[in-house]
Design a protein around this ligand. Structure first.
Ligand code: FAD
Length: 449
């Protein structure tokens, strides 16, 4: 049995079914896919959750290949960053650490003082885990953190650089810092022409349906799992019983194996009885709520110049409402081809512990998005349609020490035969990492076969 029908749960269910097991997937919401979702904006089906996956990790592309899905890459349009009163080219970086100082200087993202500080790297000792922000600020100064690291981490984790673990979020950076100068090593990172990102024809929101169709497993939606207990003795469980459905009509389903592919908070609740220590570790993983505002315009109302950028990031220090805008029509040919007379773009709002930003009606989020877009890109057109997707508690925050926490959780769960965990809370929040965690969960259950 698999609990949770996001991409982790779907991939786990498919992997277990492939070994000949009878698999039932239970999903709390009426829809499968979790943070992968398509919705209609001006009648066009577009992504309102994840819209891309890293192409430099194999798991997402491998899954697409297994499913026979067509993989698409973004157009050559480049991304920008709103900094010091202007939209500027985003310099090449490793999660904000500049890989090309000339490009950084030419971009104007940093002030002259900030640039001078960044180029005069301070040698610091790095031993244990440290936050990405602390690590980079000590080496290259606060401005690199405020104007490059923050917007990039904000885009992936909706988190704050001075809280997110370098070991969990950017291990390459920590390894470089331990070896020596960040800038010297960054200068040797080759410029790659290979695409960094990919999606599927029709968007990432098509992936859940493809996995389900290929799956060979049963699915129940609107089926919230409320409790998990072991059958047999606590020390050596002989199977599992889950309680599913409304509290007024609870149903018990028994299974030999259970994969919990749920976010950390529900996973902690479900583990409370069978592994209190893992539950305690998971319960303290915080998460950030975000919203994606999709806006459709008549193509003729959108200045040509906007087609040259795939979007832009906004550092928190700029104190704007939006933290990023993705010009989907310019970034993805498949979106543009949906209807050449309509262009769709999206903004994202919300950072960890800043839920107040999202405490507005949908119209309010549309209004502030439009105001920021006008100020930052010159787009003054009125949208022909809008869509607001709220994602409560969507992105787990990998605080300093996250890897140790996950190792402890895995050690506790390993003592419970027939139980496995996967999803965004553990080994990375990106779609390929989440797929990888699902494959790992399947392997942990099937290796004894
Ligand atoms: C707005 C946004 C944009 C993103 N953009 C990108 C991107 O462009 N590229 C990228 O790689 N990643 C992106 N991500 C991250 C990525 O989408 C997620 O980390 C990933 O999809 C999470 O998958 P998951 O299966 O672990 O969890 P989820 O998608 O959260 O799925 C968990 C499922 O469990 C269900 N569930 C919860 N509790 C229960 C219960 N008690 N019983 C039954 N079911 C339950 C939920 O309803 C949900 O469907 C984005 C995330 C967000 C929020």
């Amino acid at each position: 049995m698999v609990v949770g029908g996001g991409i982790a749960g779907l991939v786990a269910a498919r992997g277990l079914a492939a070994t000949g097991r009878d698999v039932l997937l239970l999903e709390a919401s009426p829809l499968l896919g979790g943070k992968l979702r398509t919705a209609e904006v001006a009648g066009l089906p577009v992504d309102v959750g994840a819209e891309a996956m890293l192409a430099r990790r194999p798991e997402g592309l491998d899954l697409a290949a297994e499913l026979g899905a067509e993989v698409l890459h973004p157009t050559p349009a480049t991304s920008g960053v709103w900094s010091r009163g202007a939209l500027r080219a985003l310099p090449r970086s490793l999660m904000g650490v500049p890989l090309d100082l000339d490009q950084l200087a030419a971009s104007g993202v940093l002030s002259p003082d900030g640039l001078a500080r960044a180029t005069a790297e301070t040698a610091t000792e790095v031993t244990d885990d440290v936050s990405v922000g602390e690590l980079v600020a000590a080496r290259l100064g606060d401005e690199v953190v405020e104007r490059l690291v923050e917007p990039l981490l904000g885009g992936v984790y909706a988190g704050h650089a001075r809280r997110i673990s370098a070991a969990a979020a950017v291990p390459q950076l920590l390894a470089m810092a331990r070896r020596g100068s960040l800038l010297e090593q960054a200068a040797t990172v080759p410029v790659s022409t290979a695409p960094v990102f990919a999606t599927l024809a029709g968007g990432m929101g098509t992936l859940p349906g493809l996995v389900r169709d290929a799956g060979g497993f049963d699915v129940r939606t609107s089926a919230t799992v409320r409790a998990l207990r072991h059958l047999g003795s606590a020390g050596s469980p002989s199977g599992w019983a889950v309680t599913v459905g409304p509290t007024t009509h609870p149903e018990t389903i028994e299974a030999t194996e259970v994969v919990l592919a749920t976010p950390s908070a529900p996973t902690a609740r479900l583990l409370a009885e069978v592994s209190p220590e893992a539950a305690a570790d998971l319960a303290v993983i915080e998460s950030a709520s975000v919203a994606v505002v999709s806006l459709a315009f008549r193509a003729q109302d959108v200045p040509d110049a906007l087609f040259e950028r795939s979007g832009f990031l906004v550092p928190p220090v700029e104190q704007r409402a939006i933290k990023a805008a993705t010009f989907s029509f310019a970034k993805w040919a498949w979106v543009r081809d949906l209807d050449p007379d309509v262009v769709v773009l999206r903004t994202s709002l919300g950072r960890h512990r800043e839920e107040a930003t999202l405490q507005a009606a949908d119209e309010g989020l549309v209004r502030v998005s439009l105001a920021d877009l006008t100020a930052m890109s010159g787009l003054t057109a009125r949208p022909v349609d809008t869509h607001v997707q709220r994602w409560g508690g969507a992105l787990p925050q990998y605080a300093v020490g996250h890897l140790d926490r996950v190792a402890r959780v895995r050690a506790s769960i390993a003592r419970l035969p027939g139980l496995a965990l996967c999803g965004a809370a553990y080994d990375g929040v990106g779609v390929p990492a989440v797929i990888g965690s699902a494959r790992r969960a399947v392997a942990s259950l099937t290796q004894a076969d």
